[in-house]
Design a binder for this molecule. Structure first.
Ligand SMILES: Cc1ncc(COP(=O)(O)O)c(C=O)c1O
Length: 427
C-alpha cells in the first residue's frame, strides 16, 4: 500500500494525489456506484455533496432489493422461515456494525433512524435522569443543530444551562477553554468527531480524557467521521457514539447509537411499544434486555441490512486506504481552491477530513451553488445546519464541497473551473 509518508515531501499536492489515486484505483471504485455515471444538466455529474448524503454502491442497492425480493418478514416475532431468516440478517448487521466500530458487545449497538434520533434518545433518557436544575451540558461552537437543539430542549425542561466551548479562527476547538468549562455541574459533554461545516477533526482522545478525569460522560456525534476514518470506540473510550447510515454509503432512515452497556442498562426506555418489552400488564410493564429496550416498534430491517452491506463494502476497500486517499484529495482541494483569487476557505484546522467550506468575495454562496449546478457540479450552500458557526465567522453561509473516496482529482479541477465560471458571470 502506498502511504503519504513514503512520498517525498517536496512533491506537490497534485502529484502526490496522482500517485495515490492510481494505487487506489478510483476508476474501479467509481464503477461500483451506478449514479456516478449519469449526466446532470447535460454535463458529467460531479457529486461533491457527500456530507449531506453519500451515494450508494451496487452492493448496497442489491442487498436491499434481495431482502425485499427474497427475505422480507417482520423480525423477532415469528417462528416461520422468513421471519427467522430476516431476524438472522438483522442481527448479523448489528454484529457487522459492532465490529466496524470495535464495540465490545453487539447489545451496545442500538438501531435508530440516524444521528439526530440517537442524540435525542440520549438527551431524553440519560439526560432527563441525570441533568437537573442548575446543572450544565457542555457542547462546542462547531456542532450541527442535531447536537445543539436536543440539549437545549433538555436544558429548558430542567432549568439547566447549555455551555459552549469556543473555537479559534481556524475552526479548532480551544482546548484550554473547553477544560475550564468542565465543572462540578457538568453532567455530560456532547461533541462532534468531525465538523460538518468546517471539516475540523476534534482531538477526541484528549476531550474524553479531560471529561473522564471529572467522571463526566462523553457523547460523540460521529456522523461526519465514520465515512472517512477508522473509528474504535474502545480506543476512544467515549460513552456514546452516534452516526447515520446514509452518510456512509448505506440507505437513509437508519443509524446507530453505541453506548457503554452499563450506561444503557441504567437508562430508562426512550419510546414505548412492541419489541421493547419483556412483559406487559395494565399494572406494570417489564422492559426487554439490551438492545431491544431502545428499539420500540418494527425496525427498519432493510435499512439495517443495507447498512451492513455498506460496511462490508467499505471493509473490502479498506478503511485505511479510504482515509489515505481522501487525505490527499482534501489536501489537493485545500491547496487548489483558495489559490483562485477572491476565494477564501472557512475552516483551516490542522486536522481536517472530508470537507472544504469556502466563500467568494462579493458573491453569495447560493449563487455559487446555482451556477456550479449548471455545470453538473453538486455542492451544498447555506449554513449547513450549523448556524452558530456562521455567526462565529460573521458570514451568512458558505459553499461546501464534501468528498468521498469515489471523488477524483479531475472533479476537484472541475470544481475549480466551475468557480472561475462563477466569477466570470459575476465579474
Ligand atoms: C455532524 C452532523 N451531525 C448530525 C447530523 C444529522 O444527521 P441525520 O440527519 O442523518 O440524523 C449531520 C447531518 O448532516 C451532521 O453532519
Amino acid at each position: 500500500m502506498t502511504t503519504a509518508a513514503k512520498i517525498p515531501s517536496a512533491e506537490s499536492a497534485s502529484s502526490r494525489l496522482q500517485i495515490v489515486e492510481k494505487a487506489f484505483d478510483v476508476e474501479k471504485v467509481r464503477r461500483d456506484f451506478p449514479i456516478l455515471s449519469r449526466d446532470v444538466r447535460g454535463k458529467k455529474l460531479v457529486y461533491l455533496d457527500n456530507a449531506a448524503t453519500s451515494q450508494k454502491p451496487r452492493a448496497v442497492i442489491d442487498a436491499i432489493s434481495r431482502y425485499y425480493e427474497e427475505g422480507n418478514a417482520n423480525v423477532h416475532r415469528g417462528v416461520h422461515f422468513l421471519s427467522e431468516h430476516a431476524t438472522g440478517e438483522h442481527e448479523r448487521a448489528r454484529r457487522t456494525v459492532q465490529k466496524f466500530i470495535n464495540a465490545p458487545h453487539a447489545n451496545e449497538i442500538i438501531f435508530v433512524r440516524g444521528t439526530t434520533e440517537a442524540i435525542n434518545l440520549v438527551a431524553q433518557t440519560y439526560g432527563r435522569t441525570h441533568v437537573g436544575a442548575g446543572d450544565e451540558v457542555l457542547i462546542t461552537a462547531m456542532e450541527h443543530h442535531s447536537n445543539i437543539v436536543p440539549w437545549q430542549l433538555l436544558c429548558e425542561e430542567k432549568g439547566a444551562k447549555l455551555r459552549v466551548a469556543p473555537i479559534n479562527d481556524k475552526g479548532e476547538l480551544m482546548l484550554p477553554e473547553f477544560e475550564k468549562l468542565l465543572g462540578p455541574r457538568t453532567k455530560i459533554v456532547a461533541v462532534a468527531h468531525v465538523s460538518n461545516a468546517l471539516g475540523t477533526v476534534n482531538p477526541l482522545a484528549r476531550i474524553v480524557e479531560l471529561a473522564h478525569r471529572r467522571n463526566i460522560p462523553v457523547l460523540v456525534d460521529g456522523a461526519q467521521a465514520v465515512p472517512h476514518m477508522k473509528v474504535d470506540v474502545q480506543a476512544l473510550d467515549c460513552d456514546f457514539y452516534t452516526f447515520s447510515s446514509h452518510k456512509m454509503f448505506g440507505p437513509m432512515g437508519v443509524g446507530i447509537l453505541y453506548g457503554k452497556a452499563a450506561l444503557l442498562e441504567a437508562m430508562p426506555p426512550y419510546q414505548g411499544g412492541g419489541e421493547m418489552i419483556s412483559s406487559v400488564t395494565f399494572e406494570k410493564t417489564l422492559y426487554n434486555k439490551l438492545p431491544f429496550k431502545f428499539e420500540a416498534g418494527t425496525p427498519d430491517v432493510s435499512g439495517a441490512i443495507g447498512l451492513g452491506a455498506a460496511i462490508e463494502y467499505m471493509n473490502e476497500i479498506g478503511i485505511d486506504r479510504i482515509a489515505e486517499y481522501e487525505h490527499e484529495l482534501v489536501a489537493y482541494a485545500t491547496q487548489k481552491i483558495p489559490s483562485i483569487t477572491g476565494v477564501h476557505l472557512i475552516g483551516t484546522a490542522q486536522e481536517r477530513a472530508g470537507v472544504i467550506s469556502f466563500v467568494i468575495d462579493r458573491i453569495h454562496p447560493h449563487d455559487i451553488g446555482t451556477i456550479l449546478d449548471q455545470e453538473g457540479i453538486a455542492v451544498r450552500t447555506g449554513h449547513h445546519c450549523a448556524q452558530p458557526i456562521m455567526q462565529r465567522f460573521g458570514i451568512p453561509a458558505t459553499a461546501r464541497a464534501s468528498f468521498a473516496f469515489y471523488n477524483t482529482k479531475e472533479e476537484v479541477d472541475a470544481l475549480a473551473q466551475g468557480i472561475l465560471k462563477v466569477k466570470e458571470v459575476f465579474a
